[in-house]
Write a protein that binds this ligand. Sequence first.
Ligand code: HEM
Length: 131
Amino acid sequence: MAKLVTYAELKEHSNKNSLYILLHEKVYDVTKFIDEHPGGDEVILAEASRDATEAFEDVGHSDEARALLKDMLVGDFEKTDELKTKGPYSSSGSSHAVNTAVQQGSNAMYFVPLAMLGAYFAWRYYTSGSI
Ligand code: HEM
């Protein structure tokens, strides 16, 4: 079975001494390759700790470039909410705003039933005297 690489591991290997790159939900150890990369080391380093798929595909890498990947494979990436590997929020700055919105939403989820409970007891209190 293929090794599962967590987001924490991906983040640990995010510098020139040890660099993992996430492409198509698979993680590659490109540490030895970065110095040989025809596109330079900086472009690859810029993709550390995030999903590099879009950047890699935008360049239109050749089949030769893709063939190099199989020797660098570490394992499959363990999907996580911390890093959306697909969808409109992948590697964009808006994910924080989305997370905040979701958090605010869940606060409301607690507040609404509590408010209803409070209203119920208030109603009982006011009506109990008149029976
Ligand atoms: C980690 C996996 C990667 C491998 C194995 C790889 C390999 C290669 C290879 C072999 C080339 C030569 C042209 C070709 O055969 O397509 C190339 C070019 C290039 N790569 Fe990558 N690359 C990787 C990741 C990236 C990433 C993440 C970027 C980010 C943008 C990138 C940007 C470029 C650019 C801009 C060129 C064109 C260089 C030029 O023609 O001047 N590469 N890459």
